[in-house]
Design a protein around this ligand. Structure first.
Ligand code: PGA
Length: 252
């Protein structure tokens, strides 16, 4: 049985005080053990977040990292730095990194490799653009992105991977994929994992949905059989909305 995973990606939002407000409120709340909650504050707030959440089950996750261990890369952060403050999970391949920061599949592959090799867990994002969807090329588009993982990553490394299907046209737009559109894609991806690896692995990999998830649509989307949780941007910036999304998968 796969756990539900709810992740708040705060992107380039929230200063120290605002981050503390969200974290302190979250730390006071409880939910059933089967829900795995993670938050992704900005780099400057990671260590403070670790301290605030030290007695909580919520995991602090980095939004990005470089593909080298160290060196002359002004402005970048490496896995070695993250691990030194006990951050063991990182988002890789977010569409904003792909489009706004020109991250190619090649770069993403290097990031995946260094992360997995150094025992970091990854939240690997993939998703088609609006243009792909209009031309009904969404399967080709996501296959190309997923090949970065499936061509290279050995079966024994998949326990470090969470997948997140994030159609680019749904991110930050207020237009979510319909529950059926999302379920269809998740089911397809799971079938691909079975084909490339095996059924047991495919049953165990969490596949999250991201793209305009909010309290009004989370229950329906997140109850679909192949959707194991959500990667939430905008709605995770408001404590009540984020908590209400967590509550929507809580069976207690
Ligand atoms: P959104 O962002 O919830 O604001 O659409 C999702 C994401 O980028 O992970």
């Amino acid at each position: 049985m796969r756990k539900k995973v709810i992740i708040g990606n705060w992107k380039m939002n929230k200063n120290k005080e605002e981050t503390e407000y969200l974290l302190n409120n979250l730390a006071k709340k409880t939910w059933e053990k089967e829900i795995n909650v993670k938050v992704c504050p900005s780099y400057v707030n990671l260590e403070n977040a670790q301290n605030i959440l030290k007695n909580s089950s919520i995991e602090v996750v980095a939004q990005n990292m470089h593909y080298e261990k160290e060196g002359a890369y002004t402005g970048e952060i490496s896995y070695k730095m993250l691990k030194s403050i006990n951050i063991n999970t990182v988002i890789i391949g977010h569409s904003e990194r792909r489009t706004l920061f020109c991250e190619t599949d090649e770069i993403i592959k290097k990031k995946v490799n260094i992360a997995l090799k150094n025992n970091m867990n990854i939240i690997f994002c993939f998703g088609e653009s609006l243009e792909d969807r209009k031309k009904e090329k969404q399967i080709d588009a996501i296959n190309k992105q997923l090949d970065v993982l499936m061509d290279d990553v050995g079966i024994n490394k998949w326990n470090q991977i969470i997948l997140a299907y994030e159609p680019v046209w749904a991110i930050g737009t207020g237009i979510n994929a319909t529950p059926d559109q999302a379920q269809q894609m998740h089911k397809y991806v799971r079938a691909q994992i079975t084909k490339r690896y095996n059924q047991e692995l495919s049953n165990s990999v969490p596949i999250l949905y991201g793209g305009s998830l909010k309290p009004s649509n989370s229950k329906e989307i997140l109850s679909k059989p192949d959707i194991d949780g959500g990667l939430i941007g905008g709605a995770s910036l408001n404590f009540d909305d984020f908590f209400s999304i967590i509550r929507s998968v809580d069976k207690k």
